[in-house]
Design a protein around this ligand. Structure first.
Ligand SMILES: [Fe+2]
Ligand SMILES: [Fe+2]
Length: 262
């Protein structure tokens, strides 16, 4: 059964978010925490016999002394990076659902046994898109302004490769997922660098930030699973494979570069 295009609709509504605003919630977890615990120097010494003098009472902290911040505020560059991550990921996942939507009818017309595979990959892409739709709305990130252009190009790419045959359709998936896998890996690396830096400086890392990294890892793994499926289904027998995958990969890199910025 061909996937429904209705999934695009909620995303299209997000385009109306024209007011750019910071990734508010990721910032929110970086507010100062109020809970503090006594340091080792404030703890009473181990139990002593009654013949020994009582230890001095622990000193009360000054009312004016603020606890050190437990979560470090994001810099402007980090905020901008997180916004661009969500924007480009949402655009990419929209493109992926449109590629599979366009590919499925021509591919299944010749190879109906591929229906479960096409359905499985589409369903995962649709779930990725829902994830980033939710994140982009939650953090009030502006979606890419080139949304309509990417939609047309993705549909055209999916339909063209599917009409060329199963091998070309799978080569398209191979090329796209190779670039997307690298793209997610780059984001995960950068976020892990931020985590390492905060930990070295003695700050805590918010649960929401860790969840974002976990989400990106899970989606990255699913994209690489699609890459494996494509290769298993003769992607590399497409003619001419080098040209097809080269052009699609270059197109993906260009689209990623632009969507991060526009
Ligand atoms: Fe995806
Ligand atoms: Fe994918």
């Amino acid at each position: 059964m061909a996937p429904s295009r209705a999934l695009i609709r909620p995303t299209a509504n997000l385009i109306r978010h024209t007011k750019p605003s910071p990734t508010t919630l990721l910032l929110r977890h970086h507010r100062q925490a109020s809970t503090t615990f006594p340091s080792d120097s404030e703890l009473p010494p181990p139990s002593q016999s009654s013949s020994q003098p009582l230890p001095p009472p622990p000193q009360q902290p000054s009312v004016n002394a603020l606890p050190p911040p437990k979560l470090k505020p994001l810099t402007e560059a980090q905020r901008s990076f997180l916004s661009s991550c969500l924007r480009v990921n949402q655009a990419g996942e929209l493109a992926a659902t449109l590629i599979y939507t366009a590919q499925t009818p021509p591919v299944l017309a010749r190879e109906p046994h591929l229906a479960p595979l096409m359905r499985h990959m589409y369903d995962q892409e649709a779930a990725h898109l829902r994830t980033f739709n939710a994140l982009i709305a939650k953090h009030r990130v502006r979606p890419t302004a080139l949304y309509p252009l990417w939609s047309v190009l993705a549909t055209g790419l999916g339909w063209t490769t599917a009409v060329m045959g199963r091998e070309a359709a799978m080569a398209c998936t191979e090329a796209v997922e190779t670039e997307i896998g690298d793209h997610y890996n780059g984001q995960i690396r950068r976020l892990l660098e931020m985590v390492s830096q905060w930990e070295e400086e003695g700050y805590e890392v918010g649960e929401e930030f860790r969840e974002l990294i976990g989400t990106l890892r899970r989606i990255r793994d699913e994209e690489l699973e699609h890459l494996d499926h494509a290769v298993e289904h003769d992607a590399q027998k497409a003619e001419p494979h080098w040209l097809l995958t080269g052009v699609i990969r270059a197109g993906c890199r260009g689209a990623i570069w632009v969507s991060e910025r526009v």
